[in-house]
Design a protein around this ligand. Structure first.
Ligand code: GLU
Ligand code: MG
Length: 439
């Protein structure tokens, strides 16, 4: 294409309660002048995954907002194979006078991270691992196999190049366990950057797949009995001097007191906040025992069934334990907004630090086969088993709701209720088929 025949566009975007990234494009050359951002509409927050607006909602047809681009969060690459560059800049939704809007998910994460820093002096480092399918009716190649990677060629090397150029610091694009399943990871970064990267990675992955005539689906379950697509959020802390402070050689499982209290806070609020990290009806087909996802309020060392997994450290080659040491929160999928999922983790963890909670027990064994009394003794609570139960747990928990403005809570509940109503009466195979095309 003749470069003179196109006007390169950059989209100023927000990611909403249905975890869909939406926004408006402007010519790239206008970006530096776009100090008041692009227009947006309050009720857009109540768009569902099915392109309806939940009704009732607190916003109605009135009002106007702006999405202000955060120029430090711009992701650009000409390597997706599309006719014009992929160009996206993350934005914060503000009122017309520039004050933060009470409905902006990215702003909630910003506030949660600022509160964490103020109370504890800590900065959170995060990396997202995201699983997806390259949707196909063909028989699948073997799990993790070289052939699975090569059948999709040039998908993985193209995706890597595009992610690299976009600046998300990709670490790996790999063939996963499930049929036609892949996973993409990036290097740890400060939490806000990591959430931005999670969004950019999803969209770049979808675009590269599309350009190759395929489709990348991040839906939590390709079908009710298939292998789930998880989003795993790795996290660790550094102090004001940049020193790693998650690890303590004598701590339980190697956890420092502050990391222990943070974990205890997450486990305490987990059932009520699950709706923020697993946001759709099919999410709950994934959160079952023996799915390597998570199903109980459970901290464990190197166990992929736990909700909070203490990750391994490599001791060969004289590598520093403290620098590698991190935890993984596994009860997330791509129908959850990454900013909100992370904001919930931070708010819950911070409440654990503020309450000085003792270290949670390290669980070994399988909670699903323990007796009721054994589970009770270890504080193991089953995560909600349906979206409806998750929403009830959220609605019944004022502490978790208090992390957000009332109109935001109302919007969140409204979107989830509309999605449930849309799916009522459909069997789970049909629900999974619908989500496979949407995410
Ligand atoms: N596919 C699993 C999930 O739904 C995760 C498997 C793994 O440990 O990578 O979370
Ligand atoms: Mg995986």
């Amino acid at each position: 294409m003749n470069a003179g025949s196109i006007t390169p566009l950059v989209s100023v975007v927000t990611t909403d309660l249905a975890a869909i990234t939406r926004g408006r494009p402007i010519p790239v050359e206008h970006l530096d002048k776009a100090t008041t951002g692009v227009g947006w509409v309050p009720a857009n927050l109540c768009l569902t995954a099915f392109n309806t607006i939940s009704d009732p909602n607190p916003w109605g047809s009135a009002g106007d907002l702006r999405i202000l681009p955060d120029r430090s969060a711009r992701y650009t690459t000409a390597k997706t194979g599309a006719a014009t560059p992929f160009d996206m800049v993350m934005g914060d939704i503000v009122e017309l006078d520039g004050t933060p809007w009470q409905g902006c998910p990215r702003t909630y994460l910003k506030a949660a991270l600022a509160a964490l820093k103020e109370v504890s002096g800590l900065t959170l480092l995060v990396a997202f691992e995201q699983e997806f399918q390259l949707v196909s009716d063909a028989p699948a190649a073997h799990a993790f196999s070289y052939e699975a990677l090569r059948r999709a060629d040039p998908f993985a090397p193209m995706l890597y190049a595009a992610l690299d150029e976009a600046g998300v610091e990709p670490e790996m694009v790999l063939a996963e366990y499930g049929a036609h399943q892949f996973e993409v990871t990036h290097a740890p970064a400060e939490a806000m950057t990591a959430a931005d990267r999670a969004v950019a990675i999803r969209e770049i992955t979808r675009e590269v797949a599309r350009m190759l005539g395929s489709r990348a689906s991040f839906a939590p379950k390709p079908d009710p009995n298939g292998v789930g697509n998880g989003v795993h959020i790795h996290f660790s802390f550094i102090d004001a001097e940049g020193r790693p402070v998650t690890y303590a050689p004598d701590g339980p499982g190697g956890l420092s007191p502050v990391a222990s209290a943070f974990c205890a806070g997450i486990l305490r609020h987990l059932p009520a906040m699950t709706v923020l990290t697993a946001a759709s009806v099919p999410s709950y087909l994934r959160l079952k025992p023996h799915s390597w996802s998570s199903s109980y309020t459970w901290l464990a060392e190197q166990d992929r069934e736990a909700t909070l997994r203490i990750c391994p450290v490599v001791s060969m080659g004289g590598r520093d334990r403290a620098k590698q040491f991190n935890l993984e929160f596994r009860a997330v999928d791509a129908t959850a907004n990454p900013y909100l999922a992370l904001a919930a983790i931070v708010r819950a963890g911070l409440s654990g630090i503020e309450s000085n909670l003792p270290a949670p027990p390290l669980i070994t064994g399988d909670p699903s086969t323990m007796s009721e009394s054994e589970r009770a003794e270890k504080g193991l609570v089953r995560l909600p088993e349906t979206l409806e139960a998750a929403l009830d747990a959220f609605t019944a928990n004022p502490a978790v709701q208090s992390w957000f403005a009332p109109a935001f809570v109302e919007s969140y509940i409204g979107v989830r209720q509309s999605e449930m109503a849309f799916l009522a009466g459909r069997d789970m195979a049909e629900v999974c088929a619908i989500y496979r095309t949407l995410y």
